[in-house]
Design a binder for this molecule. Structure first.
Ligand code: GDP
Ligand code: IMO
Ligand code: MG
Length: 429
């Protein structure tokens, strides 16, 4: 039965959490397959607002099994804090399953993330400081600590010793920081090991068995296409595979089991952290989008950089992910504008680019070529069908659909669970 991948089409914070929650009651498993607590998903249910970082948004849906896949990096303290916070609000968290192969964020990696950023100065990435990059680097360097290592203290100690040998040299000799002891790391990692043990499974096996049994599996990406380590605006990216391809490696589900790919597109563009952003607005309009859209990071509280919709980015996301359906979010934020500019292509040193430039240096120099679309004044947050939208809002969606080359199957008109216009069923195709 269907496996559906859900990805961010831009630089993150498109509203993936809300979209996952929307599908939640119709899926049996929601799997987080990449990233860690660098993600921040806000889900609004009635008067309740939930901010999730590490847990898949499916945790909020009764009956749905949330899964932390092998591609995720897990900060154990954050995991248990988040579970505790949800339990205190009467959310049933007992179904959570965690992959034995997921990597664990060790305390030295949090320290290294922060000191490296400080060291880089003006060349910093603007990371979330959660230890994400160093933990993925350890995974690739084959010195990572995995969830399964927590259940054999001898093995864990050996691995931590091995990792610290080099890290302490770096911390003390390059960054002038104190050395970290094996004991303090092992102690922190073991603190939650017993509580974690019953949740740990071979999640690849669990999920393929579930598909064989006719269950529906939703694979939810953290971050987004342009933050993907391979396909994003490198080096201003996160350190994991946030595109549809990553859903397979990060979960253990083979590519030929994936049926649909849903990409979430904000009706305009935002970015947190450093890196190129062609349609960024540094004027009152940027402030308008930030204020009206409430564009402040869920994880770090940083104001998000804001700009107009970029169709080159949308088309690129369509191609890289093989998108079958787009969901446009935050259309309501654009109400009240005379015209809404949409970037349709770039001008790079006098040459028009309809596709993403091949090199980062060209992308850095890309100047947006805008098309002005007529705006609308009405508050659209109460609309529940496409026809109820003002004609110009309908045209805006239709033009975006044309520009990105795939259908728009749902439109968000507010943060609430019910504030959505559905045009095509996301699960059935
Ligand atoms: P994610 O990281 O992709 O899950 O997105 P975030 O949760 O970080 O940011 C999206 C924000 O937009 C959240 O505060 C959502 O509650 C909110 N949101 C989602 N969809 C809509 C929408 O259609 N309209 C409005 N106004 N807010 C939305
Ligand atoms: P969600 O899932 C927006 C950005 C950081 C930084 C870069 C690298 O909520 O969409 P990292 O800590 O991952 O090494 O930082 O990636 N970043 C995000 N931006 N939304 C996110 O997640 C992000 N996760 C990481 O701001 O620029
Ligand atoms: Mg977010």
């Amino acid at each position: 039965m269907p496996a559906i991948v859900l990805v961010g089409a831009q630089w993150g914070d498109e509203g993936k959490g809300k979209a996952t929650d929307l599908l939640g009651s119709r899926v049996d498993y929601v799997v987080k397959f990449n990233g860690g607590n660098n993600a921040g998903h806000t889900v609004v249910i009635g008067d309740e607002k939930y901010a999730l970082h590490l847990l898949p948004s499916g945790i909020l849906t009764p009956g749905c099994t949330p899964v932390i896949g092998n591609g995720v990096v897990v900060d154990l303290a954050v995991l248990f804090e988040e579970l505790e916070g949800l339990r205190a609000r009467d959310v049933d968290t007992s179904r959570l399953v965690v992959s034995a192969d997921a990597h664990v964020i060790a305390p030295y990696n949090r320290v290294l993330d922060k000191v490296t950023e400080r060291f880089l100065g003006s060349r910093r990435i603007g990371t979330t400081g959660r230890g994400i990059g160093p933990t993925y680097a350890d995974k690739m360097n084959r010195v990572g600590i995995r969830v399964q290592d927590l259940f054999d203290e001898g093995i864990l100690r050996q691995k931590v010793e091995g990792a610290l040998e080099l890290k302490n040299q770096i911390l003390t000799k390059i960054y002038n920081r104190r050395a970290i002891t094996v004991d303090e790391v092992v102690e922190e990692l073991l603190e939650h090991a017993e509580a974690l043990r019953p949740m740990v499974r071979d999640t690849g096996l669990l999920l393929t068995d579930a598909l064989d049994d006719g269950r529906t599996v939703l694979l939810e990406a953290g971050q987004a296409t342009l933050l993907d380590v391979d396909h994003g605006t490198y080096p201003f990216v996160t350190s994991s595979s946030a595109t549809a391809g990553g859903a397979c490696t990060g979960s253990g589900i083979p590519p030929n089991r994936i049926d649909r790919v849903v990409a979430i597109l904000k009706a305009y563009t935002t970015r947190v952290g450093e890196g190129p952003f062609p349609t960024e607005l540094h004027d009152d309009m940027g402030e308008f989008l930030r204020k009206t859209g409430g564009e402040y990071g869920t994880t770090t509280g940083r104001p998000r950089r804001c700009g107009w919709f970029d169709a080159v980015v949308g088309r690129y996301a369509q191609r890289i992910n093989g998108v079958t359906d787009f969901v446009i979010t935050k259309l309501d934020t654009l109400s009240g504008l005379e015209t809404v500019p949409v970037c349709v292509a770039y001008d790079v040193d006098g040459v028009r680019h309809d596709e993403m430039p091949m090199t980062q240096s060209d992308f850095h120099h890309a100047k947006p070529i805008y098309e002005e679309l007529p705006g609308w004044w009405e508050d659209i947050s109460h609309c529940r069908s496409f026809e109820e939208l003002p004609v110009n809002a309908q045209r805006y969606v239709e033009r975006l659909e044309e520009l990105v080359g795939q259908r728009v199957s749902a439109i968000g008109v507010g943060p609430g669970r019910d504030q959505i216009i559905s045009r095509h069923d996301l699960l059935e195709g």
